[in-house]
Design a protein around this ligand. Structure first.
Ligand code: TRP
Length: 336
């Protein structure tokens, strides 16, 4: 295979916000247009199941995340866009890798260790209290996602680097024992992609409850922007754009000329109320079209389903023959 494979998974929990868009979704959609690489993007709903045991919510999140990517213009003809649970080869490979992975390796996973530490902090009798095996084995499932498609580059947030190291470790162990089979993947983290500040000035994150949902209705969008924390400088005083959340959000959407012009307005003094109104109008103009497409897509889940089925078919063109090869490699073969 000559084409480079880029792959990333999107956990289907929660409603995407503008921080997700700027930091992950937009760069991924841009990368999918690159003819030198083939991109695999998938909805990681098996991963979502580790934390979400509400069937309605799981289904709704999957629908919303899929609709978001499509509304923003992901071209599903040039990439492979699918739902993890539509690829039965993935859980099978997960089990095969589970039998290779060292338990000690998984004991060291950050997410598992943090859960144990929380139990220790509250002096729980069992340090594994409330921890399911899905959380413990999460990195093996993720390794299967990646190794199944021979991905060499995996764009992720910095919090996922350890998972990539584990995928490499598991792949190398397999290759060492059975012979060269898996491609060793590399994490791609990007220092240049913006990390947006949220309403309260901390990093925009679902866990801080300070986000601006990407497709929130116009009225709500205005309300949220009006809530963004600013300092107490009077209207006419020159202001520093670089430390300002309003400016930072604007910059993430605007082109360099627009950003330059706004920087001047900060230097000349711009009232916070005026800036908030300007940011609202700017964002609203940019989001109007995709927001309409998003609403339209949510009304037609059958259309989204069709796209996902088509994506699964394309993905399985890779996963089915590769899993057959892996089965033969490990000695699961017809006896006839
Ligand atoms: N764990 C990733 C996250 O929370 C999501 C994910 C699942 C993923 N499988 C993957 C990312 C495979 C990259 C490759 O962000």
């Amino acid at each position: 295979m000559s084409q480079k494979i880029i792959l990333t998974g999107i956990t289907t929990t929660g409603t995407p916000h503008i921080g997700n868009y700027v930091g992950a979704i937009r760069p991924a959609i841009d990368a999918s247009g690159n003819p030198e690489a083939l991109s695999f993007y998938f909805l990681a709903d098996y991963h979502a199941l580790v934390k979400c045991h509400d069937p309605g919510l799981l289904r709704q999140s999957t629908l919303e995340v899929a609709a978001t990517w499509l509304a923003l213009g992901l071209d599903t003809d040039t990439c492979v866009f699918y739902r993890q649970t539509d690829i039965p080869e993935i859980p099978e490979l997960t089990w095969i890798l589970t039998c290779i992975a060292a338990k000690g390796l998984l004991n060291r996973a950050h997410a598992y260790k943090a859960a144990v530490q929380e139990n220790e902090a509250i002096k729980a009798k069992d340090p594994d209290k409330g921890i399911n095996m899905g959380l413990f084995c999460y990195p093996i499932l993720m390794a299967a996602d990646i190794l199944m498609f021979k991905a060499s580059r995996v764009p992720v947030g910095k919090d996922q680097i350890q998972h990539l190291e584990m995928a490499r470790d598991i792949a190398a162990r397999f290759n060492h024992h059975y012979g060269p089979t898996f491609v060793l993947p590399e994490a791609v983290t990007d220092d240049k992609t913006a990390i947006l500040q949220g309403l309260d000035g901390r990093k925009m994150s679902k866990s801080y409850n300070n986000t601006i949902p990407l497709f929130t209705p116009e009225k709500k969008l205005r309300k949220l922007i009006m809530k963004i924390k600013t300092n107490s400088q009077p209207p006419e005083e020159p202001k520093d754009p670089e430390t300002c959340t309003l400016f930072q959000i604007f910059q993430a959407f605007a082109d360099p000329a627009e950003t330059h012009a706004l920087r001047q307005r900060y230097r000349n003094g711009i009232a916070w109320g005026e800036m908030k109104q300007y940011l609202f109008e700017y964002l609203n103009d940019h989001l109007r079209k995709p927001r309409e497409r998003y609403a339209e897509l949510l009304e037609h889940p059958d259309h989204i389903e069709k796209i996902l089925q088509e994506g699964a078919r394309k993905a399985r063109d890779y996963s089915q023959p590769f899993l057959s090869q892996i089965r033969r490699t490990i000695g699961i073969a017809s006896l006839g």
